[in-house]
Each structure stands twice: as C-alpha cells, then as structure tokens.
Design a protein around this ligand. Structure first.
Ligand SMILES: Nc1ncnc2c1ncn2[C@@H]1O[C@H](COP(=O)(O)OP(=O)(O)O)[C@@H](O)[C@H]1O
Ligand SMILES: [Mg+2]
Length: 273
C-alpha cells in the first residue's frame, strides 16, 4: 500500500500542544501481521486478575465495587464483559488497562503485576503495551484521519514518516484507507469509531481494551464496529476485552464474562462459529 501523496503531517509543524492530548494517550507500535488467530484456549495467559478487589472510600463507609475477581485471558482471545449498569464493568476494564490501581489482589498483564508499578511505570506500560477504545472516539477534529492514527506513535518517538506508514497500513487493514485525508467531522459516527480502533491497534498492543465501543452508535454502525473487532480477533489474533451492553455481540465472542454487583456471576468459553 502506498499513498499517492506525501503525508499530510509533514506539510505542517505540530506543536507540543497539538500532541498533548490525554484521552487516548496511548502509543503505538507496529501492525501485526501475525497468524496468532485461533490460539485461544490452550494459549499463553496474557492477562489475569487474582483475588482482585476495588474499594472506594468516597463517603463515610467504604464501598466495595469489585469483589474477588479472578479472570484469566489468553493470547488471541476475544472477551466480552457484560452486566447491568453499575455492575463494575468499567472499573474492571480500567484495572485490566492499567488505568486504575487495585485496592488488593493482583492484575497481571503480559507478565507484569500492575500493583507493583508506580504511576509513571504504569503509564509507560499502558502507553507501550495497551490500546484503548472508548464509547466516544476522542479524535482530534482539526487533524486528518491519518494524523489521528499517527500522532500517538509520534508522541512515542516514532518518526513522522514511519508513523504515517504504519497508520496508513492499519487503516488499510480496517478498510479505511480511502478516508485517510478526511477530517473526523467528515466521517460518519461508525467511521470515526473505526478510526479510533485503528489508532488503538496501530502500535501493536498486547491487549485491546474497549469500553462500550458501540454504545453511541445506531445498530447499523454498531454492527460495523463490532465486525472490526471480530476481524481483529479472527484474522489477526488480537487479544480484545470489550465491555458491551449488547448480548448478541457478547455471544459472538470467545468468552463471555458476566458481572453483577461487582462479582463475576458467569464466565463462559464460547466456541468460534
Ligand atoms: N469514582 C467513583 N466514585 C464513586 N462511585 C463510583 C466511582 N466509580 C464507580 N463507582 C461506582 O462503582 C460501581 C461500578 O461502576 P462502573 O465500573 O462504572 O460500572 P459499569 O461500567 O458496569 O456501569 C457503580 O456503583 C458506580 O456508581
Ligand atoms: Mg461503564
């Protein structure tokens, strides 16, 4: 895949401020050629929680929002996390994404226990090893699609040309290469969310974590976005943990973990169809 014009980023200078955005502040390495697909059940454990608790000390009495969570995720697995609003899905996802610190228990990600890291090391781990997709895409409106995907890589020190090449390649994997020059405002909601998925995977993260990525979309676009995750899991062997309200989507993943009141009430491995 080659672009027909030089990358748009090189036509202007980015300021530090341009690069300093928080919401999707993760980084990025290389698109994954790999043939890891289908590795799930016997495969290596890539993420695991052990006797994980999260207790909030907001008011007079502490509130336990996660109770003794033991979840094991293997390389290449596509995991759905469901449960009623307030059941603790986001809290668990954020702990699995090193965005939050546990009260007790362990969170192992790719061989490292997150509770043992200080905030800086946890942020560095997150930026180098994890990819995030949120309900809202947090694309930078003044930048093009390819810039939005390339900028997190540039923030990690990857030079512009290489970051753009990887960005373009990743957009191609998701069928979005024709949109590379557009601004987010010229895209549909579903396209914007697919660009944010490209941004999350362009750095070849060990795990992709998504919190209700279809929650803001109509059913047609939700299905398109779900299909992107399914493609990443099936064809590229990506490890994906996705919070969703949609039980039909959840049933089409490799593993369905259900939460209720901060506890895992079901954890079912589902055969690929
Ligand atoms: N920062 C916070 N302060 C107070 N309560 C919180 C906070 N974060 C989460 N909670 C509470 O913890 C519970 C789980 O929240 P959350 O993980 O966001 O659930 P879900 O994503 O399943 O809707 C809810 O009862 C919520 O109100
Ligand atoms: Mg939530």
């Amino acid at each position: 895949m080659t672009r027909e014009e030089p990358g748009p980023i090189s036509q202007r200078l980015l300021t530090e401020q341009d690069l300093d955005f928080e919401a999707n502040d993760r980084p990025s390495p290389v698109p994954p050629p790999s043939a890891r697909a289908g590795e799930a059940p016997g495969a290596e454990v890539i993420a695991e929680t052990r006797a994980l608790y999260k207790v909030l000390h907001a008011g007079a009495t502490p509130t336990t929002i996660l109770h003794h969570i033991d979840v094991t995720i293997r390389r290449g697995e596509f995991v759905a996390l469901t449960g009623a609003s307030g059941s603790g899905k986001s809290t668990l996802l954020y702990l699995l994404g090193a965005l939050d610190r546990q009260t007790s228990g362990e969170v192992w990600l790719d061989g490292t226990e997150m509770g043992a890291l200080d905030d800086d090391d946890r942020a560095a781990f997150r930026n180098e090893r994890l990819g995030f997709v949120f309900q809202f895409h947090f694309l930078l409106p003044e930048f093009s699609v390819i810039e939005n995907v390339a900028i997190p890589m540039m923030r990690r020190g990857i030079r512009r040309g290489e970051a753009e090449d990887r960005a373009y390649q990743t957009l191609g994997l998701l069928g979005l290469e024709a949109l590379w020059k557009r601004k987010p405002g010229q895209l549909s909601g579903g396209q914007q969310q697919r660009v944010s998925i490209a941004r999350a995977v362009a750095n070849d993260p060990a795990i992709v974590l998504a919190d209700e990525p279809t929650g803001n979309l109509d059913s047609h676009n939700a299905a398109l976005v779900f299909d992107v995750f399914a493609h990443l899991a099936r064809e590229q062997g990506r490890t994906i943990v996705m919070v969703t309200h949609d039980t039909e989507f959840a049933q089409r993943t490799d593993r369905h973990v259900k939460l209720r009141d901060g506890r895992v009430i079901e954890d079912v491995v589902q055969p690929r169809r």
